[in-house]
Design a protein around this ligand. Structure first.
Ligand code: NAD
Length: 701
C-alpha cells in the first residue's frame, strides 16, 4: 500500500503524521494508516485528543487520482471519515501546507482546524469534472454558509489559510511551528472542557437558505462562462441545495455520493483529467532533462510597447519582476504606458488589485529609449511589428548590448526563429516566446526552439512561463509554429464554407454551441478586418481567395469589425454583442456567385467536421514533422491559446473520441467533394488508423 502514517504520543495527545511524498495524497496506505492511528489513539485511555498533520510541504493534497478506476485497496475514504466523525476524542487537523480536495474533507470531519498562515486550502474537484465526494458539499455549507461554500467549490481555486480563517474554515492560525502549536491548542481546548464538535450537527449557517429557491436560481444565473457548461457545476449546486433543504445529514451524503458517481461517469471527467495530466506533461522535454540549469530572471527588457509588449510587461510586473520597455517613438511610449496604467486601474476598480498595487506595478515598469540601458537585463523579449527584416536589425543591436548569457527572445507569431538568431553572434541564446493576446490574461506561452537554441535557454523560457503563471508548451521552429498553423486551416475552412453557401452566423453559432468562447467571424470582428486589407494594399496586392475578397469588400464599406461598430456583425452603440446583417449575407452570396461557387445547404455536423477535422489533420502533420512533442501538447495549446473547450479535452483528444477511422473516412470524403491540399490525409493519421491506434497511443513519445 502506498503511503504511511506515523504515530507518536506527546503528553496526553496522539500525533498522526501522514507521509506520502511529495504532497501526501490519500493513497491506500494513508487511508489505512489514519484509520489504524485513530483506532489506536481512541483505545488509549491516557490520551485526550488527536492531532493529525502532514510531513513535508503538504497536509493532504487530495485523493490519489492514479487510483481512480482501479480496484479499492485498504479502507475506503468514506469509511475512514465516518470513523473519524464518530470519534469521542476531539480531532484537530493541523494544516501545515497544501490542504486540497479529499484533504480538506478530512479536515472537515475533524473537530477543529488550525493552520499555517499561507497553507493553501480548497476544493479543486470541479477542475477535473467531479465534486467533493466525501462530505465536502454537505459539511462546508454548514460550516461557512451555502453562498461562501459554493464560491469555494465552483471556483475550485485554493485560498491561503489566513483567508480561510477569515470566513470561519480555520479556527486558529499558528504562526510558529505548526505541530507544537496544534498540540498546545489541543491541550488548551481539552483543559477548557471542550469536547468534540461535529459539523454535521451544525445548522445555523444553512437555516436562512432552507426553501430559498431564489438563492439557488441566482447562483445558476450568475455562473461564470467557464463553469456554465460543466456537468459537475450543476451537480455541486444540487448537492448543496439538497443538504440545505434537508434535516437528514446522511441522506445528503448519499445524494452527494450518487452525484459524484454521475460526474465520474460523465465524458467531461475523462477529458478534464486528460487536460490536468497534459498540463504537467508538457513541461517534460525529452532532450532537456529536469536538472538542466536555468538562468535567473531578475530583470527583463521588452522591445516595443504596443499591444503585446505592453501586455508582456504587465506579466512581469504582476509577479514583481522589474522590466524596462524600449520604444524609439516617444508618443508610442506614452500611449503604451498609458494603456498599461489604464488596464491596471480597471483591475483596481473591479477590486482585483488594490490602488497601491497599481502603483507598485507601474513602478516596476520603466520606459526607455536607449538600447544601452538594457545591459543588465537577464532576458529581452522583442515585440515589434511582424517584419523579419526589422526584427533582424533589432536582434543585431541586442546582440551588442545584452550581457553574455542573457536570453534573446522574440514574440513573433510565426516568423523564422533561426533567421532571427542568425542576425546575432549567439544563436544558442535566441528563442521564441510567443505570448497570446491579451498577454496579461491568456494562459498560453508557446516557446519556440531554434535549430541552435541550447537546453539552458529552453529550460529558462519554460520556467519563465511558470513564473509568469502561464502554461508553456514547446514548439519547434516552423512557419506559424503549432497553434497559428492549425488556426490557419480553421479560418480557411470557415471561408470556404461561406463561399459554398454557409452563413458566417451559422458557423459562429455552431462553434458557440460546441463550447468555443466565440466563432471565427466574431473573432475576426474583434481582431479587426482591416489588418489584412491594409497589408494587401501596402504590398499592392489584389485580394485573391474568397475570404480575402469578402474581407476586403467589407473594409471598403468601412466595416472594420468591432472598432468601427460594423464588420461581419453590426454592434449597436457600446455593445460587444453583434447583430446579424442581411447586407453581409448578400455580399457573401454575390462574391461567391461571381467566383463561380455553387451554393449548398450546410448542417451543424458538417460545419463542425469541416472546421475541426482540418485542424486535426494539420495537428497530425505537426506531430509527424516533430513540431509538437506529443498530441497533448497540441491539446494544451488549443485550449489555452484558442479557447477550445477544456471539457472536450483538446482537438487531438476529441478526434480520438470521434474514432480516428471515422475522422479519416470523412477527411477522404471531403477530399472527394471539396478537394484541395487541406484534405490530403496526414500520413500519421492513416498509419494510426491502419494500426488501430489513437493519438493517445503516442503520448509520452
Ligand atoms: P503593435 O503594432 O501593437 O506594437 C509594436 C510596437 O513596437 C509599436 O508600439 C512600435 O512603436 C514599436 N516598435 C516598432 N519598431 C521598434 C523598434 N525598432 N524599437 C522599439 N520599438 C519599436 O504590435 P503587436 O500586436 O504588439 O505585435 C508585436 C509582435 O507580437 C508581432 O511580432 C506580432 O506578430 C506578435 N503577436 C501579436 C499578437 C496580437 O494579437 N497582436 C499575438 C501574438 C503575437
Amino acid at each position: 500500500m502506498k503511503g504511511t502514517v506515523h504515530y507518536e504520543v506527546r503528553d496526553n495527545v496522539a500525533l498522526l503524521t501522514i507521509e506520502n511524498p511529495p504532497v501526501n495524497p490519500l493513497s491506500s496506505g494513508v487511508r489505512q494508516g489514519l484509520y489504524d492511528g485513530f483506532a489506536k489513539a481512541l483505545a488509549d485511555d491516557t490520551l485526550d485528543a488527536i492531532v493529525v498533520t502532514g510531513a513535508g510541504r503538504a497536509f493532504i493534497a487530495g485523493a490519489d487520482i492514479t487510483e481512480f478506476g482501479k480496484p479499492l485497496e485498504g479502507i475506503d475514504l468514506h469509511e475512514m471519515c465516518a470513523f473519524m466523525e464518530s470519534s469521542e476524542k476531539p480531532i484537530i487537523a493541523a494544516i501545515n501546507g497544501l490542504c486540497l480536495g479529499g484533504g480538506f474533507e478530512v479536515a472537515l470531519v475533524s473537530d477543529y482546524r488550525v493552520a499555517a498562515p499561507d497553507a493553501p486550502i480548497g476544493l479543486p474537484e470541479i477542475k477535473i469534472g467531479v465534486l467533493p465526494g466525501c462530505g465536502g458539499t454537505q459539511r462546508l455549507p454548514r460550516l461557512i454558509g451555502p453562498k461562501e461554500a459554493l464560491d469555494v467549490m465552483l471556483s475550485g481555486d485554493p485560498m491561503p489559510a489566513a483567508e480561510a480563517h477569515g470566513i470561519g474554515i480555520v479556527d486558529e492560525i499558528i504562526e510558529g511551528e505548526i505541530v507544537d502549536g496544534a498540540v498546545a491548542y489541543a491541550q488548551k481546548i481539552v483543559a477548557a472542557g471542550a469536547a468534540t464538535r461535529k459539523i454535521r450537527d451544525e445548522s445555523t449557517r444553512i437555516e436562512a437558505y432552507r426553501g430559498n429557491d431564489e438563492f439557488f436560481a441566482e447562483v445558476r444565473k450568475k455562473l461564470p462562462r467557464k463553469r456554465r457548461d460543466r456537468f459537475a457545476t450543476e451537480m455541486i449546486i444540487q448537492c448543496v441545495e439538497t443538504g440545505v433543504n434537508s434535516d437528514d445529514f446522511d441522506a445528503g451524503l448519499q445524494f452527494e455520493f450518487a452525484s459524484f458517481d454521475k460526474c465520474f461517469k460523465h465524458p467531461q471527467r475523462e477529458a478534464l483529467i486528460h487536460v490536468f495530466f497534459s498540463e504537467r506533461e508538457v513541461a517534460r522535454i525529452p532532450d532537456v532533462p529536469k536538472d538542466t540549469p536555468v538562468k535567473t530572471i531578475e530583470e527583463a527588457g521588452i522591445i516595443g510597447c504596443g499591444t503585446m509588449g505592453g501586455g508582456i510587461a504587465m506579466c512581469f510586473a504582476n509577479v514583481g519582476i522589474p522590466v524596462k520597455v524600449v520604444e524609439t517613438d516617444g508618443e508610442a511610449m506614452e500611449r503604451g504606458l498609458g494603456v498599461i496604467r489604464n488596464n491596471y486601474e480597471i483591475q483596481a476598480q473591479r477590486g482585483r488589485i488594490t490602488k497601491t498595487g497599481v502603483e507598485e506595478r507601474m513602478n516596476l515598469i520603466t520606459g526607455i529609449s536607449d538600447y544601452n540601458d538594457l545591459k543588465d537585463v537577464d532576458i529581452v523579449i522583442e515585440a515589434i511589428y511582424e517584419n523579419i527584416d526589422v526584427k533582424k536589425e533589432v536582434f543585431e543591436k541586442l546582440d551588442k548590448v545584452i550581457k553574455p548569457g542573457g536570453v534573446l527572445a522574440s514574440n513573433t507569431s510565426g516568423l523564422d526563429i533561426d533567421a532571427i538568431a542568425a542576425a546575432t553572434s549567439r544563436p544558442e541564446d535566441v528563442i521564441g516566446t510567443h505570448f497570446f493576446s491579451p498577454a496579461n490574461i491568456m494562459r498560453l506561452l508557446e516557446v519556440v526552439r531554434g535549430e541552435k537554441t541550447n537546453a539552458e535557454s529552453i529550460a529558462t523560457a519554460m520556467k519563465l512561463g511558470k513564473t509568469l503563471g502561464k502554461v508553456a508548451v514547446l514548439s519547434r521552429n516552423a512557419p506559424s509554429f503549432i497553434g497559428n498553423r492549425m488556426l490557419n486551416k480553421y479560418g480557411y475552412q470557415a471561408g470556404e464554407m461561406v463561399a459554398q453557401g454557409a452563413s458566417p452566423y451559422q458557423i459562429d453559432r455552431t462553434m458557440l454551441a460546441f463550447g468555443m468562447p466565440m466563432g471565427p467571424y466574431q473573432m475576426d470582428d474583434l481582431v479587426g478586418l482591416d489588418l489584412g486589407w491594409r497589408a494587401r494594399s501596402l504590398a499592392g496586392k489584389e485580394p485573391q481567395s474568397f475570404p480575402e475578397r469578402f474581407n476586403d469588400a467589407l473594409c471598403e464599406m468601412g466595416r472594420f469589425g468591432q472598432k468601427s461598430s460594423r464588420g461581419y456583425y453590426i454592434y449597436p452603440e457600446g455593445s460587444r454583442t453583434g447583430e446579424q446583417d442581411s447586407e453581409v449575407l448578400e455580399l457573401a452570396k454575390s462574391i461567391a456567385r461571381e467566383m463561380g461557387f455553387a451554393a449548398t445547404e450546410f448542417d451543424s455536423e458538417t460545419i463542425l467536421k469541416r472546421l475541426w477535422y482540418a485542424v486535426v489533420n494539420e495537428g497530425a502533420r505537426i506531430l509527424e514533422d516533430g513540431i509538437a512533442i506529443r498530441p497533448c501538447d497540441i491539446d494544451i495549446v488549443y485550449i489555452n491559446g484558442y479557447g477550445f473547450p477544456e471539457t472536450e479535452g483538446g482537438p487531438m483528444f476529441w478526434a480520438d473520441r470521434q474514432g480516428l477511422d471515422h475522422v479519416l473516412a470523412d477527411i477522404k470524403a471531403f477530399k472527394e467533394t471539396c478537394g484541395g491540399e487541406i484534405w490530403e490525409p496526414a500520413p500519421l493519421l492513416e498509419r494510426l488508423v491502419a494500426e488501430g491506434k489513437t493519438f493517445s497511443n503516442l503520448q509520452g513519445s
